[in-house]
Design a protein around this ligand. Structure first.
Ligand code: THU
Length: 168
């Protein structure tokens, strides 16, 4: 896991992070007043974003990362190259990077499995001066995943990816 500056991450990651930063302003957050944005780069180089959506029951809250995964699936995207996450408080910047919660790591693992095993994650502080460059598998060691249940998720990949992974 490395720490990078904005200038030293690839331009596609910079664009992804800027998209995540913009969408965090749409957070529905009356309880935490915490603004989180996530952006996924799909295999087809589309960007799909998500932001946190809270509930009076607290537990029903959906984090930005999971919102982005579900939004992507709704648009027909299940395979990703990268994720960016960034957050801010109501009146304070986060000096540390915003790291996905445990629930999000579990769902990110599912998305990584569908994406060929892993993808890079850019976790940023608010000012984008500190960016943790990591991967889903690094964030989520010893996973409980599809293989734990002996489930084959290949049929849920786009047809092109199924063909690429099972050449006949
Ligand atoms: N939150 C996210 O959206 N993603 C994270 O990585 C951390 C936490 C949200 C959930 C809740 O709306 C607020 O931030 C405070 O936990």
């Amino acid at each position: 896991m490395e720490i990078q500056s904005f200038a030293n991450i690839p331009s596609e990651a910079q664009i992804l992070l800027l998209a995540a930063s913009a969408v965090k302003e749409h957070a529905y957050n009356p309880y935490s007043r915490f603004f989180v944005g996530a952006a996924l780069l799909t295999y087809s180089d589309d960007i799909v974003t998500g932001t946190n959506y809270e509930s009076a029951s607290y537990g029903a809250t959906i984090c930005a990362e999971r919102a982005a995964i579900v939004a992507a699936n709704t648009k027909g995207f299940r395979q990703f190259k990268a994720l960016a996450v960034i957050a801010r408080g109501e009146e304070n910047d986060m000096l540390e990077t915003c790291n996905p919660c445990g629930l999000c790591r579990q769902l990110l693992f599912e998305a990584a499995e569908l994406s060929g095993g892993d993808f890079v994650c850019y976790l940023s502080n608010t000012a984008m001066t500190k960016i943790r460059v990591t991967t889903v598998t690094e964030l989520f060691p010893l996973p409980f995943g599809p293989s734990s249940l002996k489930i084959n998720i290949q049929p849920y990949l786009p047809k092109e990816s199924q063909a690429a992974q099972n050449p006949s």
